[in-house]
Each structure stands twice: as structure tokens, then as C-alpha cells.
Write a protein that binds this ligand. Structure first.
Ligand code: ADP
Length: 231
């Protein structure tokens, strides 16, 4: 708790002038929420929603842009063929994942198609959001440069072994599967060094709401006094 607070104190004042210059006060401040698989992002986003804060989900964006009828799905079907399509016209994600896993060029083709569309979808949702500030929840916030859409970032952080235990208990995936997902994400230490705030989620769930409320109060102070350094 003390360490969280220190992080909050140090980083809040660093970012406040940046936020003020990029954002007129009429536009909500955007806080990027990130963390590796099983770290607790969804749980933290739900706690912010309980406080009336809108959370835009980058995973939902990634699904929305390839729904049947969307131009990206047509482009993917033309590029990869029937093997990546389900009989009902939807995308066969498992088949597509398998192709791009072993083929970096195809992965890059897919990312250059989808990332701009995902970004557009996210920006539209962020602009439509009606809350004093808005959360952008994204497991790959830094990896995909989505942090550039935000004025501050919050990392939900747990040690890797706990991440594996929680993700395995939630999804029923094997340790090896979760480890391979973690290996494809930015290392924990790098995320820690880049984040504006760090929420230690190795602590019991019962303490989480209070710690989210403390962050919420910091963000609200920032919203109400965008031109000032908080500390
Ligand atoms: P993410 O969205 O980052 O993948 P989740 O929010 O789904 O992670 O959390 C992973 C699992 O860990 C969920 O089953 C969730 O209920 C549980 N969890 C989250 N925070 C805590 C905590 N502080 N203590 C115990 N379990 C937690």
C-alpha cells in the first residue's frame, strides 16, 4: 500500500501538465489500464465501473472489427482462404492464431490490417463515453502503442507465478499455455518501468475496492484541476 501510494504521488505530478496541454477540459481524461493475463485487469475495470467510470475494452474492439459483415473479415477471408472461416460465416480464431503463430510475415499483415481499425473503434468509444474520465482496458496497451491515446497508465501487477495460478484457475488452461501467452507479452519489469501507476494485485481481493477508490480519487482531483500539479 505504501509503495502504491509512493508511485501515485511521484507520477501524478509528472503527467499532469502533459494531460492539460493535450486535452481541452471538455474532453475526458483517458487512463490506460493494463497488465498481463490473469493479473486482474477485468476485476479492476469492474471496480472502476462500480464507481460510475466507463471502461472501453480493447479486446472487445479486436472482436468487433472482425464480426461478420465487417470489411476486415472479408479481407482476412480473401487473404487466408476458407481455412480461417467457420461454417456460419464467422472467423475461426483458433485457425487464424495457428497460422500467424508460426508465420511472422502473416502476423504482420494481419496486424497492419487490424490495428488501425481497432484504434478507430476504441477512439469512437472513448469519445462517446460519458464519465468524468475514461478507462481504456488493454492487455497490450504498450505493445500496440495504445498508450499514446491516454494521459496516464495504470498497471495491474502481480508476480508471474500468481498470474499463472489465477489465469489457470479462471480459464482451465495449462500452465504451459499461459506461460506462452506471458512470453509473448511485454516483460513485467518493462511494464512496471513504463506505467504511471502500479496497483499491486497480489493483495487480497477484499482490499481491492478501497485501493481502486484511492486511485479514483486521484484521477478525480486531476479531472477537476487539470492545469495544476496535484502535489
Ligand atoms: P485479467 O483480466 O488481467 O486477465 P482477471 O481480472 O480476469 O484478470 O483476474 C484473473 C483471476 O484472478 C479472476 O478469476 C479473478 O477473479 C481473480 N482475481 C483478481 N484479483 C484477485 C485478487 N486480488 N485476489 C484473488 N483473486 C483475484
Amino acid at each position: 500500500m505504501a509503495a502504491d501510494q509512493k508511485q501515485i504521488d511521484q507520477s501524478f505530478s509528472q503527467k499532469s501538465s502533459l494531460g492539460a496541454s493535450q486535452h481541452p477540459t471538455s474532453e475526458p481524461i483517458i487512463v490506460g489500464l493494463t497488465g498481463g493475463i490473469g493479473s486482474g485487469k477485468s476485476t479492476v475495470a469492474a471496480a472502476f465501473r462500480q464507481l460510475g467510470i466507463v471502461s472501453v475494452d480493447a479486446d472487445q474492439a479486436a472482436r468487433a472489427v472482425v464480426e461478420p459483415g465487417m470489411p476486415a473479415l472479408t479481407a482476412i477471408a480473401e487473404h487466408f482462404g476458407e481455412a480461417v472461416m467457420l461454417p456460419d460465416g464467422g472467423l475461426n480464431r483458433a485457425a487464424l492464431r495457428e497460422i500467424i503463430f508460426s508465420n511472422p510475415a502473416e502476423k504482420q499483415w494481419l496486424e497492419s490490417l487490424l490495428h488501425p481499425l481497432i484504434r478507430e473503434w476504441i477512439v469512437a468509444q472513448l469519445q462517446a463515453a460519458k464519465s468524468p474520465y475514461v478507462i481504456l482496458e488493454s492487455p497490450l496497451l504498450f505493445e500496440t502503442n495504445q498508450h499514446l491515446l491516454t494521459q496516464a497508465t495504470l498497471l495491474v501487477d502481480v508476480p508471474v507465478p500468481l498470474q499463472i495460478t489465477r489465469a489457470a484457475a479462471r480459464d482451465g488452461q495449462s500452465t504451459a499455455q499461459i506461460e506462452s501467452i506471458i512470453a509473448a507479452q511485454m516483460p513485467r519489469e518493462e511494464k512496471r518501468s513504463r506505467a504511471t501507476y502500479i496497483l499491486d494485485n497480489s493483495l487480497p481481493l477484499a482490499t481491492l475496492d478501497a485501493r481502486v477508490l484511492a486511485l479514483h480519487n486521484e484521477f478525480m482531483r486531476r479531472v477537476n484541476r487539470p492545469q495544476e500539479s496535484i502535489r
